[in-house]
Design a protein. Structure first.
Length: 211
């Protein structure tokens, strides 16, 4: 593996690390960077956070134009996506959100970078239609197949409705956004998953050299 890695963390308020009603921010990218640098000593890791609170994957959102601008202006090895939370809240259909995500993933894949797409975590609101659309969208994200595309089930790592009151109090800020500790947990679990992918790739490259 190259000793330099450039990662773009792309999405909306959950990517930005929004909490305390936007008065404070603690992006998960901070803990992600710490974990990867611990796992890969000597790795020069460049992380960029592009989280725009309130943005939508579907029109009239700027999700697609934002990622196009990012890929036009910079090169990344990985782009970590978390998008669709606001779209679900506005009532957009899971298939429409998925189509919008695919357009954004394709921009990154065409640039030569790899995609790690995250499933959408639960929130405090328990509405049947919302839960069904979130579950359907998360399944589409996990089942999607493309070269250099990876998915991670973040939703299962930060559950709301099956968690203890203590976990909810420590991890969730307002029923949707996370606390500073919650974003640290988010960065940790994403970092563990990405580290596993990087190690598998490194082992595969080593085997090819031996052959």
């Amino acid at each position: 593996m190259s000793r330099q890695l450039s990662i773009l963390c792309f999405g909306n308020s959950l990517t930005a690390g929004f909490y305390s009603y936007g008065l404070e921010y603690n992006p998960y990218a901070i803990k992600l960077k710490e974990h990867l640098e611990h796992e890969f000593l000597g790795l020069e890791l460049l992380t960029t956070v592009a989280g725009q609170p309130g943005d939508l994957v579907c029109r009239p959102g700027a999700f697609l134009s934002r990622i196009e601008m990012k890929c036009d202006n910079s090169h990344y090895d990985w782009v970590i996506f978390l998008g669709g939370t606001n779209d679900l809240g506005y009532g957009f259909d899971s298939e429409k959100i998925y189509a919008g995500l695919q357009d954004s993933w394709d921009v990154v894949l065409r640039s030569g970078a790899k995609v790690l797409s995250l499933t959408i975590p639960e929130c405090q609101a328990r509405v049947k239609n919302l839960d069904l659309r979130r579950s359907a969208l998360n399944k589409l994200i996990l089942d999607h197949k493309a070269e250099r595309y990876y998915a991670f089930d973040l939703c299962s790592k930060i559950p709301y409705h099956s968690s203890t009151e203590q976990f909810i109090e420590e991890i969730f800020d307002d029923g949707l956004h996370l606390t500073a500790k919650g974003y640290d947990l988010m960065g940790q679990v994403i970092g563990e998953h990405l580290a596993g992918i990087l190690k598998e790739e490194s082992d595969g490259q080593a085997q090819n050299v031996e052959l």
